[in-house]
Design a protein around this ligand. Structure first.
Ligand SMILES: [Zn+2]
Length: 444
């Protein structure tokens, strides 16, 4: 009988640089090739284009795929489930080593091709193949990949089911079970349930927020929070600056709609704001009419106009939610743009602080600078894109996999998932497996 192997390449010792290989006999499918952002001290506007793979591996910034040299078999496809950098950011550095197509959803493929074209060290010529949610693509005679619609903090995110003659391996990385999303459809629960009935031999599931009790609120709740802060105020003359994840298109749509309700013109400012929202617009995911400015010069020009025409005419959506130096919000706080911060201006962080000391320090610096100028700060106007404990419970019961492998987290997260699985009757080391980077688990 042909065996199935799960190789934990990256993202099992940390949050970031995700990469998992699924081996059926000697045929291998790679799931994700991500970057670990804090290891290169970068933010959304960062540049790693000129660095070599081995240096980035040494820095722990990309998955150490040299472990693949010890695996017998050939990589037949690289599959990415969404466009976050911790899932696609290492493609320019690693994909050229494999003679295999890269398969992903339309928005993700668009972001991947932008990544590849900005790469300066390696030429990546892998075929880029679009697969929509609900579609299946035959990778080899034995293996196919099916995309199942999901929800997360970026559009066009899917669950991936790898079908083999020995059963299905489901890759659930990343997801939230959002039944009332602001953009796109709710996860395809019917299909997930029917996969469970067909027979899932293994599920690889993210574990990032498994230690959070209860259920992650819907993006609809984030819309209420944002609207409450922006529209629900009697102070209507002050400057309003909102910062959020550039790739969170649903959230940006919400903020743009709030601007319209306030009678203000929305401005999207920052290089990554331009990159993610223009791509979403081009592919037809959004059609709002916000002005978008990416380059420093054009941003400064538009900010000059804001100062002349009046702050209360505009609502600005900016990069810099983690206080990243060089992002638009930091430049404004440092008084290095024509925008003059005044007492009473509002700054809304529609994001959480990413839990690492670098982000905490940057956020502290920027918030202090803004407060010293009399700015009112609204923190954490946000809901997460990751499943919480009871969402994980629900998916586990729905899919009912024979074996489960928690991923996308530090040991504290993957082992907390293992405890949850134990509550559902799984046995550690037998049917639930905590892996570390570099290890292979052979099923049966
Ligand atoms: Zn993600």
């Amino acid at each position: 009988m042909t065996d199935i192997g799960i190789i934990a390449v990256g993202g099992y010792d940390e949050v970031g640089r995700n990469m998992t290989a699924i081996r059926y006999g000697e045929e291998i499918v790679i799931m994700d090739m991500g970057l670990r952002l804090d290891r290169v001290q970068i933010h959304e506007d960062a540049e790693t284009e000129k660095m070599h793979s081995l240096d980035l591996i040494k820095a722990g910034a990309i998955p150490d795929d040299t472990v693949m040299n010890n695996i017998e078999g050939t990589v037949k496809a690289i599959v990415c489930t969404h466009g976050h950098l911790d899932h696609i950011g290492a493609i320019p550095k690693l994909a050229h080593r494999y003679n295999a197509p890269i398969i992903s959803t339309p928005y993700t493929i668009e972001l991947i091709s932008q990544q590849i074209s900005s790469e300066r060290k390696f030429g990546v010529e892998n075929e880029l193949r679009i697969l929509n949610a609900g579609e299946t693509y035959p990778i080899t005679e034995d293996i196919s990949v099916e995309f199942i619609g999901g929800q997360h903090s970026i559009i066009d995110c899917v669950f991936a089911a790898i079908h083999t003659p020995q059963g299905i391996v489901l890759y659930a990385n990343d997801f939230k079970l959002d039944r009332t999303p602001v953009l796109g459809d709710a996860p395809d629960f019917d299909r997930l349930k029917s996969l469970g009935k067909e027979g899932v031999v293994a599920m690889i599931a993210e574990s990032t927020n498994v230690q959070r009790s209860g259920k992650t609120p819907s993006e609809q709740i984030a819309r209420d929070l944002v609207t409450d802060v922006l529209v629900g105020t009697e102070e209507t003359k002050s400057g309003v600056l909102v910062t959020t994840f550039s790739s969170h298109i649903a959230r940006i749509k919400t903020i743009v709609e709030a601007a319209e309700k306030m009678g203000r013109r929305p401005l999207l400012l920052g290089r990554s704001m331009e990159k993610y929202s223009e791509a979403a617009k081009r592919l037809g995911y959004i059609d709002f009419s916000a002005e978008v400015r990416g380059s420093r010069r054009s941003i400064d020009k538009v900010l000059k106009r804001v100062m002349t025409e009046g702050k209360d005419e505009y609502l600005m959506i900016l990069t810099g939610h983690q206080g990243e130096p060089g992002a638009v919000l930091s430049r404004i706080a440092n008084a290095s743009t024509p925008y003059e911060v005044e007492k009473g201006d509002k700054v809304i962080f529609s994001a959480n602080v990413i839990p690492n000391p670098l982000s905490a320090a940057n956020r502290y610096i920027i918030e202090t600078k803004l407060r010293m100028k009399g700015v009112r700060i609204y923190d954490n106007v946000h809901v997460s894109g990751h499943a919480s404990r009871e969402d994980h419970w629900e998916l586990l019961r729905m899919v009912n996999p024979e074996q489960v492998i928690p991923s996308h987290g530090e040991l504290s997260m993957t082992s907390a998932y293992a405890e949850l699985a134990e509550e559902a009757g799984y046995v550690l080391g037998d049917t639930v497996h905590v892996l570390r980077n570099g290890q292979e688990l052979c099923l049966r």
